[in-house]
Design a binder for this molecule. Sequence first.
Ligand code: MG
Length: 194
Amino acid sequence: MGAAPAPQRATEAARRAASIRAVMLDVDGTLTDGTIWIGQDGETMKGFSVHDGFGLTLLRDAGIRLAIVTGRRSRIVEARAAELRIETVIQGVGDKGAALRELAARFGLPATAIACIGDDWPDLPAFALAGLAAAPVGASAPVLAAAHWVSTRPAGHGAVREFAEWLLAARGELDALLARYRSGGSPAPQAAPQ
Ligand SMILES: [Mg+2]
């Protein structure tokens, strides 16, 4: 994919978007900028974007299932996933390809109905199986080369929001969702988590 001219790449990504029913999300370097705050008691903080969070809410509103799959283990990730009502969180994953297969079985979907967004080499086995591979700008070179779609906004600062809006637009669902929010008719207007 890496050598494909940009317009062809965009067309291919949009074609793939149509069959996506679930999104598998990496955490460090995708939902965060990759910084890990380590104190004397271990990992203490990660920073997340509310804009990314609302993008995930929009995907869920559109009926797309969400899963966090990360190689590290952190209670911070559990807390953020709970806040965003992300149903599936798998931490300490060594083989993200196997994790994607597990998700497909759990969701009752073919692997090709799952999009994967990630930034580094451990994401590549999942990229090879997923129906759509996405990366934040600034991802490692092999990941950028393998991705069908690359953000313009950086990881932890809107890359996932950009992906969510692009995916929904490519599926022809974004305008209707925006119209629902404009009219105050969002599925959970008081409690839309970000
Ligand atoms: Mg990562």
